[in-house]
Design a protein around this ligand. Structure first.
Ligand SMILES: NC(=O)c1ccc[n+]([C@@H]2O[C@H](COP(=O)([O-])OP(=O)(O)OC[C@H]3O[C@@H](n4cnc5c(N)ncnc54)[C@H](OP(=O)(O)O)[C@@H]3O)[C@@H](O)[C@H]2O)c1
Length: 343
């Protein structure tokens, strides 16, 4: 079976990554790409690397046309904007939203960190799209809330350990580093090469980053206890890639923790647990993989976990395609089975 897919906000970084992945997907035809600013122009005029491959014309948002022509729609729009567009096409079509609009289940928490949420029914029906954890619910979902990039890198190692009660749920510290594409394609002084190149900095230090409530929601569910965490994001002078270093405490051995993760991800094609080395962002570049390694800091009770993903792939568009594969009954790794770009 071949399905038709649409992309809202196709000219941004996650939209471009979706075009790259869906163009090579054996079960998908890209049927619709939207842009507010550039509708009527070829997508390859805006994303020039597409010249000679995918050259469709960008269209304005038209709910009737989208629901008639598409089986699946990916929304690559900013939070706040995405929910309004999605409310006009669900339930006519199945949607995977890459924004934060449907990730936080409690509308009061969403309004504290983002803005007022005007679509409570849709929020109730949305399934959180951390593929390896919510696979069963994703199969029948009409609306999937694709996770944030930082949450993906943090939750994949922590959820199994908390669900199995193997670690202290309190006092978890997460120190994450992201490539600059995490900030989107829009121009800004903060992501200018002269500002980020040959530099490394923390930002939103303290309880300031909007991914905190999303992570705490999922950690709380896994631990069955209310969890708060310390999260400090950093900006790396690289285009793609994300590395999270997680500090926690446990009386369990390194081997027990590693075996728990290996068991949990035994049938998951994209999560790899290393036993004898630590991963770097290059090991996952352009792929949908998450690689995790851990070490106990003997003789203390502290454990350090390192987790890497590509923020645009497993952290966004790759996981969105994985969720589409699950929703439509395709092989979970269809269109995603790739080797990292090297060097
Ligand atoms: N970048 C990442 O690593 C990453 C990871 C996970 C999740 N996300 C999330 O994915 C979404 C897209 O991120 P991105 O990095 O692709 O952003 P981006 O590069 O800034 O692209 C967003 C696109 O949305 C369109 N747009 C902007 N404002 C709009 C509005 N008010 N109404 C309709 N369309 C609008 C723009 O296209 P036109 O102006 O041409 O319409 C733009 O190309 C965001 O919600 C982001 O938080 C991003």
């Amino acid at each position: 079976m071949t399905i038709s897919a649409g992309i809202l906000g196709a000219t941004g970084y996650t939209g471009a990554e979706l075009i790259r992945l869906l163009y090579a997907h054996p079960e998908v035809k890209i049927a619709y790409c939207s842009s507010r600013q550039h509708n009527g122009r070829k997508v390859s005029d805006i994303l020039e690397f597409l010249k000679g491959t995918y050259e469709a014309v960008l269209e304005e948002f038209d709910a009737e046309s989208i629901t008639t022509r598409c089986d699946a729609v990916f929304s690559c729009l900013p939070h706040g904007a995405s929910m309004g567009y999605i409310s006009r096409i669900v339930p006519g079509v199945r949607v995977i939203d890459l924004s934060a609009d449907f990730r936080i289940k409690d509308p009061a928490t969403y309004s504290l960190w983002y803005a007022e949420h005007g679509y409570h029914d849709l929020l109730d029906s949305a399934v959180y799209g951390l593929s390896e954890v919510y696979r069963e619910q994703i199969k029948s979902a009409q609306l999937v809330a694709n996770p944030g990039c930082y949450p993906t890198s943090v939750l994949l190692p922590l959820v199994p350990l908390l669900e199995s009660n193997l670690i202290d749920p309190y006092g978890i510290i997460v120190d994450s580093k992201s490539g600059v594409s995490g900030a989107g394609r829009g121009l800004s002084l903060k992501t200018h090469i002269c500002e980020v190149g040959e530099s490394f900095s923390a930002y939103k230090v303290g309880r300031a980053h909007r991914h905190i409530p999303e992570m705490e929601q999922e950690l709380t569910r896994a631990a069955k206890k209310s969890i708060t965490m310390d999260f400090i994001p950093h900006l790396l002078p690289i285009t793609r890639g994300m590395l999270s270093t997680i500090y926690l405490r446990t009386t369990r051995s390194e081997k027990e923790l590693r075996e728990c993760l290996k068991r949990y991800y035994e049938t998951s094609p994209f999560v790899n647990i290393l036993s004898d080395s630590f991963p770097s962002t290059k090991d996952v570049r352009g792929t949908n993989r998450c690689i995790i390694a851990l070490a106990k800091v003997e003789p203390t009770d502290r454990v350090v976990i390192v987790s890497v993903i590509d923020n645009l792939t497993k952290g966004a568009s790759g996981q969105a395609v994985q969720n589409m594969n699950i929703m439509f009954g395709f092989d979970e790794n269809a269109g995603l089975d790739s080797i990292p770009l090297f060097p």
